[in-house]
Design a protein around this ligand. Structure first.
Ligand code: 3H9
Length: 643
């Protein structure tokens, strides 16, 4: 394979870069491009250069695998500068995505053309760094300060049409990209050449603009967006060269930070999770028609997510009234999408036309996949699978969405048990990214592969989990909450624990989260276990529920709430109810509280790994980041607690 090839089309040189899988900018790519810019400048027959990429995408950015090592010359900013300084204008021909350093190289080119399906962006902040090859310095010159701030601090790429509107690219082309780019290059030779981006003027912005932008960037919870903003602001107040030096320094500083290491860890974990090595070469079963049993919040969310991915849905409920309610729940999901401008009325109607309700299990005879999302009670679930075993095709994949029950017990007596699997969605299922995939010892490999394929189709993050109470996520949650209660019994204030976890990066602390979700679900579970004769010690949460404090919905849980207000107020009643269990008042610095609770999560994670419930520590981290609000920039409990 040749990294860079050059062919001539008259006076245009077409440079093709081929560095699979995503044309990441490695040391070899940097050196190759730099040398080529020199060589093509010396070729008297070349008047313009088109840079195009082979494979699925334009350059996807700096090679992130090199970020843990010392930087090696030529550095990317020098490559971008060299391309910009070329005597012959370069035209970036973009398909797939031009991201990070890839877009910075495109900004070094005199022109940028893209196919309609392409995206461009500067996602560096999602990796805990800022653009390091002029993204914060050239973008405001190319598209204006406001557009640059949005692109750089959000890290979100823009589709070609929007990028064109924003001035980030010069044209959206149709037909063959390379041909169109060569034509564009040829036409540009006849017209007046625009200034190189580094020479374009900058519009300074007023103070209140920067204040508002700072507020917005701070919402991300970690450093990189704020540092990126500072870098853009500095670029508007100083020379190009000074801004470049400042950007590079910030980039290198952040590259070495814990946050960047954590975000890289999550980045690579996310890419590895959907393609487990054990399933290589195993074809999933096709899934077009999906049955969902239960039209409550969870069932409707699952139906909505599957429908959004283009599958046809049959929603089964007990009676006509429940069917109507279930369909209404699904409709609300699409209504929400219309309200947010994500879906047209026509799109909504089309989505709903593919969702059918029924009370008759026989309607599932042709379903490829059926997902059960009924009440978390073993008898109810078993009855569902007895029906499914009777009516479904023997090769239809049958899945339970249980979060705590043993899938083996649910599937007991099911004919063809190799088609059975646990698919644990998180509520609201059309939004939450995590999908725990729980095979039983009998689950066939292609059924497991179907679970992973479904996750990909639904744009979810799949993690395989073994069978134990709570699988990976809820088992760690239980330990986390138990450990938080231990701190309370040691005299640490409930509000201090919540504040500590918010300070660590969670949206909510463990007690606030319980008040929002309700304390009664976990309580009922514990009561169920007790009724079965298991020894489940009385928790502090049990004491509150027995006193009628089930959370916000009952006006109070761990905190009191004024009517119609969600502000959590310390509760004298809770203090009184728990007084007998609290040893002493104790003050613990917030970082210590957070470290203690994260260590408890990691300890449970280690046990989960040892028992084979999770396959890799990265999987545990993904579960926490995508299902439980663990701050992404801390990498997950296993990463955060590494030695
Ligand atoms: C940057 O550019 C800094 C500069 O400003 C300054 C420098 C001085 N590096 O996602 P996929 C691998 S920061 C190394 O499944 P898709 C990935 O691990 C960078 N490897 O494909 C996977 O490997 P494997 C800014 C990378 O088609 C394989 O490629 N850029 C990189 O679903 C396929 O990946 C970004 O943040 C990389 N940069 O999506 C862009 N990117 O096969 C990050 C991917 O072994 N990348 N790999 O598992 C993406 O967003 C997506 O990969 C992309 C393709 C949309 C391009």
């Amino acid at each position: 394979m040749t990294l860079l090839t050059v062919r001539r089309d008259g006076e245009i040189a077409v440079v093709t870069l081929d560095n699979p899988p995503v044309n990441a900018i490695s040391e070899a790519v940097r050196k190759g491009l730099y040398d080529l810019a020199e060589r093509l400048d010396e070729d008297p027959e070349v008047r313009a250069v088109v840079l195009v990429c082979a494979g699925r995408t334009f350059l996807a950015g700096a090679d992130v695998r090199e970020f843990g090592q010392p930087p090696v010359e030529p550095h990317l900013p020098d490559v971008v500068d060299r391309i910009e300084a070329a005597e012959k204008p370069w035209v970036a021909a973009i398909h797939g995505a031009a991201l990070g350093g890839g877009f910075e190289i495109a900004m070094g080119c005199r022109f940028r053309v893209a196919v309609e399906s392409a995206r461009v962006g500067l996602p560096e902040v999602t990796l805990g760094v800022i653009p390091g090859a002029s993204g914060t310095v050239r973008t405001p010159r190319l598209a204006g300060v406001e557009a640059a701030v949005e692109l750089v601090t959000s890290g979100k790429p823009l589709a070609a049409a929007k990028a064109l509107d924003a001035g980030l690219i010069d044209a959206v082309v149709s037909g063959d990209l390379e041909t169109a780019a060569v034509e564009f290059a040829r036409a540009s030779l006849a017209a007046e050449m625009p200034l190189p981006v580094s020479k374009r003027p900058l519009q300074p912005m007023p103070d209140d603009f920067w204040q508002a932008a700072r507020k917005a960037a701070a919402r991300a919870g970690h450093k990189a967006p704020l540092r990126a903003l500072d870098s853009i602001r500095f670029a508007t107040e100083t020379s190009f060269a000074a801004a470049m030096a400042h950007e590079r320094e910030t980039f290198l500083d952040l590259r070495a930070s814990d946050e960047a290491a954590a975000l890289r860890h999550v980045f690579f974990a996310e890419r590895a999770a959907p393609k487990p090595a054990a399933l290589k070469g195993i074809d999933p079963r096709p899934v077009k028609l999906v049955g969902v049993i239960g039209g409550g919040t969870m069932g409707a969310g699952i139906a909505g997510a599957c429908r959004e991915a283009g599958m046809e849905i049959i929603l089964i409920e007990r009676d006509a009234e429940a069917v109507a309610r279930g369909l209404d729940n699904v409709a609300k999901i699409f209504d929400g999408a219309v309200k947010r401008g994500k879906l047209t009325e026509k799109g909504r109607a089309e989505r709903m036309a593919g969702v059918r309700g029924s009370t008759d299990y026989a309607d599932l005879a042709q379903a490829d996949l059926v997902i059960e999302a009924v009440f978390e009670e073993i008898g109810v679930k078993r009855a569902v699978f007895a029906e499914l075993g009777r009516v479904c095709r023997p090769d239809a994949v049958l899945a339970t969405n249980t979060s705590y029950l043993d899938p083996r017990a649910i599937a007991e007596g099911l004919p063809n048990p190799e088609r059975f699997i646990g698919l644990h969605f998180f509520s609201p299922a059309h939004i939450m990214k995590l999908l725990e995939i729980v095979p039983t010892p009998e689950t066939a490999p292609e059924v497991l592969a179907t679970g992973f394929a479904l996750a990909r189709a639904l744009n979810k993050m799949p993690v395989q989990a073994g069978i134990c109470e709570g699988f990976i996520g809820n088992r760690i949650l239980k330990r986390y909450r138990a450990e938080a209660e231990v701190l309370v019994t040691q005299g640490v204030a409930i509000s201090e624990i919540d504040a500590a976890m918010r300070g660590y990066g969670f949206r909510m602390g463990p007690f606030e989260a319980q008040d929002l979700g309700g304390l009664d679900i976990a309580f009922l579970q514990r009561e169920g276990a007790r009724a079965e004769g298991q020894h489940v010690p009385e928790t502090l949460g049990d004491i509150l529920v027995r006193a009628g404090r089930k959370g916000q919905k009952t006006g109070g849980g761990w905190y009191d709430y004024a009517e119609g207000d969600r502000a959590a107020l310390p509760s004298p009643q809770v203090a009184e109810l728990l007084a007998a269990r609290i040893v002493d008042a104790r003050e613990l610095p917030r970082p210590e509280i957070a470290a203690h609770l994260v260590a408890a999560m990691a300890a449970e994670g280690a046990a989960i790994l040892e028992e084979g419930i999770a396959q890799r520590p990265e999987d545990i981290d993904l579960v926490e980041v995508h299902g439980y609000g663990f701050p992404r920039w801390k990498g997950g409990p296993m990463f955060a607690s590494r030695g």
